[in-house]
Design a protein around this ligand. Sequence first.
Ligand code: FAD
Length: 455
Amino acid sequence: MFFDVIIVGAGPGGIFSAYELTQRRPDLKVAVFEAGHPLAKRKCPIDGDKIKACIGCKSCSIMSGFGGAGAFSDGKYNITNDFGGTLYEYIGKTKALELMRYVDDINMAYGGEGTKLYSTAGTKFKKLCMQNDLYLLEASVRHLGTDINYVVLENLYTYLKDKVTFFFNTPVDEVAVCEGGYKVICKTGEFTCKNCIISVGRSGSKWMETVCKIMDIPTKSNRVDIGVRVELPAEIFSHLTDELYESKIVYRTPKYGDKVRTFCMNPRGAVVNENTNGIITVNGHSYADPEKQTENTNFALLVAKHFSEPFKDSNGYGESIARLSNMLGGGVIVQRFGDLIRGQRSTPSRIEEAFLTPTLNATPGDLSLVLTKRILDGIIEMIYALDKVAPGTANDDTLLYGVEVKFYNMEVAVDQRLETKHKGLYVIGDGSGITHSLSHASASGVFVARNIAEE
Ligand SMILES: Cc1cc2nc3c(=O)[nH]c(=O)nc-3n(C[C@H](O)[C@H](O)[C@H](O)COP(=O)(O)OP(=O)(O)OC[C@H]3O[C@@H](n4cnc5c(N)ncnc54)[C@H](O)[C@@H]3O)c2cc1C
């Protein structure tokens, strides 16, 4: 079976590549291979009742399937070069922003219309943050919400399904150079194409590493972000979240000079488990629908760890810390901030007595037995700094869930067209190590599709 373009992975990167190809070159034969299920069949078995913890499904419905890791996410599309990836280093800042806005237009046309676009432009919080050793990053944030994000994906699939050939539950085992292009090998057979776009995201990171080794494509990696998810009453951050929805605030610890930042803020949202390669970490999301909202706001506090030679396995380091929390708590651990500061573990009764109801059923425990001193010091210092711009953050009852780890894919060597040293083989999205967000991954898909369409 021959295709003009084969896309590996149906996350935002793959979907937007396919979308743009159908728009610009409807004459091309395009196929998408996806390891996970179609959107309608994606269902995590954890129901909090019969199944309380991850049972390690063959294909994790949270991370895999049509929509990729973003399908049940909060659907926050951050239009900015300040965070979410370094796509601008390859394609330029103006182009990157233009493509992120284009993706936003498509999302609006496919069901997102009416959702709110927040912006940091002109906000008084920038000054307030600066006065308290904090730095507010600039961005426009489109908040689709988990529910509308799903509707947009449904509509995009309806548009694409008759124009593109989808192979679901079909992980690609191998990509190899062949005459006139590439051979894509799966359990079900071999397929050839002229151009191949690999967009396998975080869940495909180990596979991507193997592909790079076999095809002799250089890679580099040295970063992992480790921290906790903070949960507190929504009122404490409401002055920030009502105006900005998501505020990315950075703090530099005086002691170590490490950067600690807020990440993935979910006003009136819920804390959730995340399974990465069998390790249970924590994440969060929220719904646009007021009926599904909670009384709490959650966000991550992450410390960026960059390693230098000779250590190369930054993700392995993050995994080991996450494994430690899984070992002690059987999954995610939760601790009250007051307990952490007093050097005592949280117990079920201490959590129950608190004035805050947790949205995730995690094991009460002691995060100081899991996180290293340097990371924990950074998190505690940042909580006290945040307490100055959002009084109440450092309350005893503030909940810390651990651990949250942001793994970074190793960076794949690509040129300014996001093409590898093999002509016609592109690596995009989070799987390239260049993007770490919905908007950047989607924009990279549009960018590569346009390059292919113009050839
Ligand atoms: C719970 C959660 C919440 C998030 N919230 C946000 C948010 O609000 N805003 C934001 O910007 N980002 C968020 N993110 C991150 C965001 O989802 C990712 O940055 C984005 O999905 C990356 O897109 P991608 O297409 O590069 O990869 P992915 O979305 O990871 O998609 C890759 C796809 O490739 C498939 N695949 C992997 N290997 C193979 C293979 N060998 N063969 C075939 N298919 C394969 C996978 O099954 C997957 O479906 C969140 C992530 C999670 C997990």
